[in-house]
Unconditional design. Structure first.
Length: 359
């Protein structure tokens, strides 16, 4: 199956081959490319990528989870293989529409999922907080390297002392339509500085650069304007799902202050995981930590399969308590059978975890 030119084609950061692909139609008619990985009889995880990225961004996380989870990824409108929308099709409302359309199209009747979003993908989850489809379909959420408001003033790509100066500089960056050009050594150094931690490997930098440079400049600028004016504080206060937060301590695009603010506002926060020395691209910089947190949410928030009507739709996963490490998959009944088979339900919500902080 064809991929957009520029993605890495070998190694752990190459996009894996999905079990199936489909085109999802959103509320305004926008068409979204979606992929389903992993066994159909496994608990579901639905992932939304961030600004200038694509389904390829989730490649190492999908590889980690796909042996034991049904993993759904999709291209945000204008990214990857999803066609660009018109000028009116760029808003947080559209992000919410697209997420719930993907949930409805890829999950069976009564099936629920853990939803995860990186950067703009996390904002998609926050924007959909008031949607009944999210409450019905999502059992828990992971917000990864993201924020809810005031991104230009808090970003540290341009480390200016004045908040007004930072806001102006970052607005210009977000609004820019300048082509990024070829993936050159200079371009990779710039991308690493802006989006990754000091320990990022050459392979990780190459994978991120090829994904980001594949995003059309006009799409980048239109969504950048949405991010520059982002205000989702009210949505976060309505996100009444068990929600975990994860972020790198060296993130310049959405610094740690955003993650800590999210953890303080979320109605049911399951804890903040701070990843020392990592930047904004955490699913590529440390896919094991991100996959492990998703795996823990599946284990804790999707009820193990039982017998008879009303049983959970997917198996519990693993028996360990460390969310940063893989565990053995459970086995259960097929959640992709027709309606009337096993249905998903939440387990009682656990006691809130203490935030995992680093020096």
């Amino acid at each position: 199956m064809s991929r957009r030119p520029g993605y890495v084609t070998t190694g752990p950061y190459a996009p894996p081959v999905p079990r199936t692909t489909l085109t999802v139609t959103s509320a305004d008619g926008a068409r979204l490319h979606a992929e389903v990985h992993g066994p159909k009889d496994a608990p579901a995880v639905v992932l939304a990528h961030g600004w200038t990225c694509s389904t390829a961004f989730w490649a190492p996380v999908v590889r980690d989870l796909a042996a034991e989870c049904k993993v759904v990824v999709y291209d945000q409108r204008g990214h990857g293989r999803s066609p660009a929308a018109g000028p009116a099709g760029h808003s947080t409302h559209a992000l919410a529409d697209d997420l719930v359309a993907v949930l409805e199209a890829t999950l069976r009747p009564d099936e629920r999922a853990v939803v995860g979003g990186h950067s703009m993908g996390g904002m998609s989850i926050m924007a959909a907080a008031g949607r009944p489809q999210l409450r019905e379909r999502a059992a828990a959420a992971l917000l990864c390297s993201t924020g809810m408001a005031d991104l230009p003033a808090e970003s540290r790509v341009f480390p200016l002392r004045s908040p007004q100066g930072r806001r102006r500089a970052h607005r210009l960056m977000l609004h820019s339509r300048a082509p990024l050009g070829p993936v050159s050594p200079l371009a990779k150094r710039a991308l690493k500085y802006a989006t990754m931690g000091p320990g990022a490997t050459a392979e990780q930098i190459e994978a991120c650069a090829r994904i980001v440079h594949a995003c059309p400049p006009g799409v980048r600028a239109r969504w950048g304007k949405v991010l520059a004016g982002l205000e989702l504080t009210g949505g976060v206060s309505r996100l009444e799902l068990p929600t975990a937060v994860i972020a790198g301590t060296a993130d310049r695009l959405t610094p740690l202050v955003h993650a800590r603010r999210l953890a303080s506002v979320l109605p049911d926060c399951l804890g903040l995981t701070e990843l020392p020395g990592l930047g904004h691209m955490t699913p590529i910089e440390d896919p094991g930590a991100v996959a492990g947190r998703l795996r823990a949410l599946v284990k804790d928030q999707l009820r193990p399969t039982g017998t008879g009507a009303g049983a959970g739709h997917g198996p519990g996963i693993g028996h360990g308590t460390d969310p940063g490490h893989g565990t053995d998959p459970g086995h259960g009944t097929d959640p992709d059978t027709e309606a009337g088979e096993a249905a998903a339900a939440e387990v009682p919500r656990p006691t809130r975890q203490k935030k995992e902080k680093t020096a």
